[in-house]
Every structure is written in C-alpha cells, then in structure tokens.
Design a protein around this ligand. Sequence first.
Ligand code: D5M
Ligand code: FE
Ligand code: ZN
Length: 578
Amino acid sequence: MIDPEALELIASYPGPLDELVEGVIRGLESSTLVVGPLEIERCPCWSERAQGDGGSIHQRSPQPKLASPDRRSSSKLAEAHLLPSPSAPSSRLCPSLSSDQAKSEHLMSPPASDPFSSPQGSGPLAPVHLAGPELEGQALPPWLEEAGSRGPELSASVRPEVVSPLRSDCASGGPAIPALLEGLSDITGRSTCVGEYQDFVRYFRDRYSRIREMLLGRLNARPIESLKKDIAGREISIIGMVMDVRTSAKGNKVVELEDPTGMVTVIFTKGTPGSEELTGLVLDEVIGVTGTSDGKGRFFGKTLMRPDLQARSAIATGEGGALLLSDVHVGSTYFMEDAWERFIEWINGDVDDPLGIASKVKYAVIAGDLVDGIGIYPGQEADLSIKDVWEQYERAAELLNEIPDRIQIVLSPGNHDVVRQAEPQPALPDSLWSLFKNNVTFVGNPATFRLGGVDWLVYHGRSIDDLVLKIPGLSYGEPEKAMVEMLKRRHLSPIYGNRVSIAPEEEDLLVIRRPPAVLHCGHVHTIGMTRYKGVTAINSGTWQGQTDFQKKMNIQPTPAIVPYLDLSTMRARRLIFA
Ligand code: D5M
Ligand code: FE
Ligand code: ZN
C-alpha cells in the first residue's frame, strides 16, 4: 500500500519516475506493509535530486511568501489527483478566485450568528467515563454484563423539526411502525458533485467558512491578506486551514495556514504554552491563532484555538432505551452468529433479564458495515462464508428481522456496504429495503436525526484510522478518544485525503454543526464510551471476531458487546454476548 503523502512525493519528483520507484523498491524491507514518505526520502536518488531542490518531506513546500501565487502551488490539493491541468491554480481556499472575489463571497460577509454553536451552559465539565463496573446488586447471566455512570439530568428541549419523507414504506411484515425520522439530514438523494476542480474549491471553502463562524464567536479575526499591511508587532488573530505542519531544527512548530485571502507561516516557538495541543495539529483542520505579525510574512503564534464545543453543565435527555450496534459483517466467516443468537434470545425476552433492560429497548442504531461486502480488501474472498453481496444482505435482513417489531431500527452504511465509498455515503439502495421489516429506516453516513427525544450524529468512523495514526496518544483500544478529537475540531474527518475519500459536495456534511446528544461511531471494532462537554460518545464495537489481517496489524477487536444507552438518564451500559 502507498500512503497518499508518499504518492504526492513521487508525483513531485523532479527526475525520471522509474529511477525513483526502482530505488524505493530496492530500499524496502520485506516486512513493509505501507510505503510512506520516509521510504521515499530514504531513497538515494531522492536525496540527490529532490532534496537538492529543497524538497524533503518537511520542506517540500516552497519558501513561504504571503499568499503569492508560487506559495499556493504547494497545496496538497494541487499535487494529488484533483487538478485538471498542471497549470491550474492549486490552493484549497483561494485558487482561481481573486482575493477580492474571495472576500466578497466569504470572508467579508458579516459573521452570521451560528445557531449550532450557541452556548448550552457554562462551567467546565471533565469527561466522564461511562464504563465503570456497576451492577446494582443483581446477579446477571454470565453472558450479560453491564457498566455505567450517571450524568446530571435535564429534560430534552423541544425544537421544531423537519420531518423526512418515509424511507421504509415497502415493508414485508410486522405492525406498521412509521419509520419516520425527525430532523433527518444526510446526503441521500442530495449529492450534486461531479468531482470537478471547482467542486473541491467550493467544498473546502464551505468547510472553512462553517468552522470559521464557530471560531468567530470567540476571537476577532482578520483576513490573512491584511497581515501584509503595516501592523507589525500588534496582537491580532487569524483563522485558517492547516496546510502544513513541521518542526524546525530548533524545535519550533511551523504551521502554514490558509484562508480564502492568502497564506501565512505561523511559528510557535518552542515552549509556547499549550504545546500538547500543537502536537495534535493535523492537516486541513481549521484553527484560530492569536499572535503577532512581523509584517514580513511571518506570524508568531501565542495561542491556538479550536472550534471546540462549549462547556456544558447539563446533558440533554430523552426517553426510551437504545442499543448501539455496528460492524455486524454478515457474510464474513468471522461473523459471530452464536453470540448474535444469544442477543436475539435476550432482546425477545426468551432468557432471564434481571435488570429488565430488554423490555425497555425502543431503538437500535447501526453505524455501518452491516455486511462484509466483496472486493473490499485483497484476498477477502477467503474470509467470506457468503460470497454474493446480495445474499449477504438477505441474510443480514433475516438476522435484523429477528429483532422485535416494536424496536425502531436506524441503519447507516459503512465502507463494507454496497454504496459509494466516498463520504458522505447515501443510504442503502431502495432495492434492498423490501428485505427488511418496516421498523427499519435507512439513512446515510454520516446522518443526523432526532430519536428518543435527543439529537444523534451517526458516523461510521473511517477517519479514526487516520486520527489514530496522526494524533499522539490515540489508539485503537480507546476509539472514544478519537471521537473527542472530532468534536474538538468540529469535523468528523478533519484530515482530507488519507484513508477517507471525501466527495466534494456543496456543503461539508462532515462538519459537526450542532453538538449532538449522542455521537455514535463504529469501524474500528473496539468498544469505547465517554462523555465530552455534554456529548455522549460511543463506539459500538463489532460482531466480527479477529480476522487474520487484524491479527497481523495487532488490532484487538471487542466483538459481541452492545452498548445500551438509557436516553432518559444518558447512562450507558455494556451488554456482553460474547
Ligand atoms: O475495519 C476494521 C478495522 O480494521 C479498522 O480499524 C481498519 C482496519 N483495517 C481493515 N482493513 C484494513 C486495511 N486494508 N488496511 C489497514 N487497516 C485496515 P473494516 O472497515 O471493518 O474493515
Ligand atoms: Fe467494520
Ligand atoms: Zn468499517
């Protein structure tokens, strides 16, 4: 596999490509799984030619000059696969538009009030881990365990909702539960992009301006272009998208920031307070920086600000109990059917349920990878018990149809499902709906909706792979921490163009606009729960045992454990069916 950054380096190589590729291959160790930038830079011909041109991984951007056209040509967007021609402009935010146009369209418009970022309360609230043992004095069957903790209660506020069209009106049985979802918002039926260059520009500008508005409530920022003027020495703030981060020889952090009017090099000198925030800086996130300009194109950063959620002392609550599921992987030889059958017996009240949880369940939300799919990874065929994807869905529907009709199921896709891979993904095709009972509602990935009186944000979680790789301190064992990093950056997939392919839709649906009550992800096959500033963040694990591939990658899944969330208290438990 080739890391996109490595591909970018290869594409920028000034010499014959054969020479570089042969050199890189010769230098590989037999255990290499992914060719990254280091493998490229290690190649002797790279150091001779590219390094000589000033192009090592940490220096491959041209020398910073405030928003000069040259400077813009260093954008990753330009060097990857997106450019129609080599001469096309390449910055993410200010490419073909003149800065005057840029100003009139985005930056100079008065800061619209952001209905999604209004403070919900005040006072800091430390993250509460929901997964401490708590048994309420009752014996449980060996396969059913629980854990939980309690947050302060607050009645759910009522707000007007847009009601989505009926998504599951082709039922094959069961009572007519209207599978309407209040306030549903996803990409289904709304995709407009064709993947042209201007689509990407529009996409990045949408991402930038939405997150900028969240930051504007907290700092008074000026356009990067204006730093050219004579304001050297005065403390000012800017808001930009991170185009490059590197550490200088002296240990300073050097960050290239872009807004629609230009680019600037921001230097955080070693020892700047908040340096742990700086180590977590990732490409393409939108941040605010306060500091001083030297008037010559450099900006000395003092503080970094993220569009983080406001601290909340209260949490929203609703009614009913919800099961959070994901990564069922029906059709995989590793799918744990025995455990699923135990789950089905429990939810149908066929086994002892000392806490009476099963009867309280009103909702089940599935965050993607319902089936294993086909052709998702090399050699997958050997891991499939059902080799036809439609038959996988038939079987998956049989399994979901065993869940009682009284439970409303919301089904969102993942990267193993049969919809486009690029995010945002639409709901499963309607040709599949008739397989399922009419208590299933099909939504896209990501999707926001209201269920049980609270706001949900469901996202499969593919970006967690990138976040774990790039942010120190994150690991697959604690996926909820990666979910907190999404909330801090107000984006479900802050890093553009690594594992996650993002379709450049008109609106960036991956921006976390309104903080939800529940953020539900999956994908990494490990369970995790936390509460962060009023948001209950849960990763729902998997029903697939450890695959050979995961064994090789040292990924330790936690299969057949279902998070149960009591929406009336926002208290979470883990139900273990393994
Ligand atoms: O992903 C399950 C987990 O396994 C997720 O953390 C990614 C990891 N995974 C799966 N396939 C690959 C490949 N080919 N490279 C790297 N990491 C991988 P799932 O979406 O269920 O397959
Ligand atoms: Fe999965
Ligand atoms: Zn997945």
